[in-house]
Each structure stands twice: as C-alpha cells, then as structure tokens.
Design a protein around this ligand. Structure first.
Ligand code: PLP
Length: 371
C-alpha cells in the first residue's frame, strides 16, 4: 500500500534548475546578497504585493531578527497555538511571552482577550496567521494604537494570502514568512521579513549580516541570517510554478470539503472565501461523536499508510520552558486546549492525487459508520 505523506514539497523539473546552477558555478558568487538573492527579493515583493522584503536563511532567524529590528523587549502578547519557533524567538531575545487564548473559528489570537493581558511591560503583539487564515488585523491594530504597541506577524503560513484586496503581509509593523520545505513556497530552508519602509529594510539587512554596515562599521550585534544563492535560485524557479501549485491545492481542498461533508463527528472549519486562502493545510476536527478519539484516528490512519499531523499539538504553553508562566495556565487558554485536542491536519500538497483524497475520506467515513 502506497504511503501518503502529510506534505510533500513541490519540486520543479530538475533540468529547469540546471541553468541557474551553471550561472552560480560561473560567477562563483555563492552568498552575501548575490544576483539571485537580489532578483528574488524584487520578484517576491512584486508577486506578493509588498513594499520591501528581506530574505533570510530560515524563518526562525527572521523572527528573532524582526524582534531585534524593532527593539522589542519586556513582555510580548502571543498565541499558544502555533509552531514552537514563534515563542522560541521571544526567549532568544530575552522577552517574556504572555499567552492569550485563540478565537474558536479562526484559531488565531482572540483580540477580545488581548487587552486584559497588557501590562506596563508589554511592548508588542505577536500573532500568527494560522493555516494562512488572516488574523483580525484591524482590531489588533486598533488595540496596538491605543496602547502604543508594535505588531509583528508570524506569517509563516500566509504566503500569497489576500485581505481586503491587498496582501495580508502589509498589516502590522513587520511580517515574517517561512520558505521551509513543508511550506507552500519553499527554498529548501528560507524565510523573509516584510517591512513597509526602506530604512527598516536597511536595519534588517544589517542585522542579518552580523550588523555590518560597511568594511569598517558594525552598527549592531547582528547574526548570520543570509540566504545563499542556491536557495535564492531555487526560489526564483519555484516562483514560476507557484500559481499552479496554489491552484492544485485549491482543487484538493475543495475535493476534501465535498468528500468529508456529512461525516458525523468530523468538522471542517468554514473559510470565508476559499479563493483568498492558500490551502497550506487542511485541518479537520474530530468531535466526541466520532467513534474514535483524535489520537486513535491519527494512529489508525497510520496503519492505512496515511500520515496526518496533529498541528498544533501540544500547545506551545505545554512545553517545559513555557509551562511555568502564569499565562500558560490551563484556565487561561480553554479554547486553544480544545482545538489542540481535536485537530488533525490531513495530507495536502500540489501533487496529491484526488484518488488519494477520496480514499482518505472514504476510510474516515467507513469508520464513522462502523460504530
Ligand atoms: C514553519 C514555521 C516557523 C519556522 O519556520 P522555519 O523557516 O522552519 O524556521 C515559524 N512559525 C510558524 C507558525 C511555522 O509554521
């Protein structure tokens, strides 16, 4: 029985990549803002509809740097329902994460619960566009303006997502994308910070290159966050195929919605406008009526060679370096807990055959009826 992975990277034809590699071999310019790096920054900014974009070797270093770029300190309000790198980037900056519960429909930070968590030490709000669903960006900005806070979005899932006619990446002070192999658009490893002005972009460019401004000037204790030319070249090639990848994902998501409809105990979250989404993940929720628990379903699907992912589970606030925080208490995060205990992300990637989607849904339906 063929194994169905939860995700597979979209790989453009290898022969299309060879001319890029030949150029790198000829120029011997391997990293440090080479020609492919410059070209990818421009093409991505244009494709995404954003003003400035700084490439990084991965999103985690980009998150750490984004916080440094805005000199964030003290306490930062964030979500427990994310990949652990979100909160880790705060600890790497000596910042205290303050977890706030999520909205039960979007799975994003619940704006109604933010104000109660603000203290005199709070300097920023650090939300995540979970599964590429936009946060309530207007309400978050309103609160930030009232309290004089910065807003940095972990937009690792939000490649190509639109909101109010423009890119969702234009909201907040900074947004961070991930180009990891598992994401919608990948450069093997990679990431980017999106920023609205040239001055901030320059500070970010210094920070990702050890703080070096010129041969004899170091302006900050920067890090090495540079994307190399092979990664950038792969990104340029990927960009040519990304619209087709997104279109294939939309077809798969729509097939799941049809095939999962009416299975007792399996809930598919409603999306406002599927055409604005990137279908980076396909989460479903295993409710009490389903004859097996979420974890039992996860294991049973594995025995059918179908890999799924409990994403996100456990909550970040459950990991040992966070669980002692006052905001990590269970009674502070009831919605996030409920969601994390029921979520199961089903396989989705551009080359996933629709027959496989049908098989996955058929199995889930037959188990629901076998009660
Ligand atoms: C993937 C991911 C990251 C980390 O990205 P890397 O490029 O792997 O460092 C951070 N936050 C979220 C929400 C992610 O999904």
């Amino acid at each position: 029985m063929k194994k169905i992975f939860v995700t597979e990277p979209a790989m453009p034809p290898l022969d299309e990549f060879m001319p890029y590699l030949e150029k790198i071999w000829q120029s011997k310019w391997l990293t440090n803002g080479g020609p492919f790096h410059q070209q990818l920054e421009h093409e991505l900014a244009e494709y995404l509809g954003v003003k400035h974009l700084a490439l990084f070797t991965n999103a985690t270093i980009a998150l750490v740097t984004a916080l440094q770029a805005l000199r964030i300190s003290g306490e930062v309000i964030t979500t427990p329902y994310s990949f652990v790198a979100t909160a880790h980037s705060l600890l790497w900056n000596g910042i205290k994460p303050v977890f706030v519960d999520i909205d039960p429909h979007t799975f994003n930070l619940d704006p109604k619960k933010i104000e109660a968590a603000i203290t005199p030490q709070t300097t920023a709000i650090f939300p995540v566009h979970v599964y590429g669903t936009p946060c309530n960006v207007e309400e978050i900005q309103r609160i930030a303006d009232v309290y004089g806070l910065k807003v940095i979005y972990d937009a690792a899932h939000a490649f190509g997502v639109k909101h109010n006619g423009g890119s969702v990446l234009n909201f907040g002070d900074l947004s961070v994308l991930s180009f990891h192999a598992t994401k919608v658009f990948n450069t093997f490893e990679g990431g980017a910070i999106i920023c609205p002005d040239a001055k901030t972009k320059q500070r970010i460019d210094h920070l990702k290159n050890f703080g070096i401004a010129d041969e004899v000037t170091v302006v900050a204790p920067g890090i090495n966050g540079k994307m190399n030319e092979v990664q950038a070249a792969f990104g340029l090639l990927q960009l040519k195929h990304v619209d087709s990848s997104l279109a294939k994902r939309a077809v798969i998501a729509s097939r799941y919605r049809t095939q999962l409809a009416g299975i007792a105990g399996i809930t598919v979250p409603e999306v406002a406008d599927p055409s604005l989404q990137n279908n980076s993940y396909f989460p479903v929720f295993v409710e009490a009526e389903y004859p097996m628990s979420r974890d039992a379903l996860y294991t049973a699907l594995q025995t059918e060679n179908i890999m799924t992912r409990r994403y996100f589970y456990p909550l970040i606030s459950d990991f040992p370096m966070y669980r002692g925080l006052p905001s990590a208490r269970i009674d502070n995060l009831p919605v996030a807990r409920r969601v994390a205990d029921r979520v199961l992300c089903l396989p989705i990637y551009p080359d996933l055959p629709l027959d496989d989607v049908d098989r996955i849904c058929g199995i889930m339906r037959s188990w629901a009826q076998a009660r």
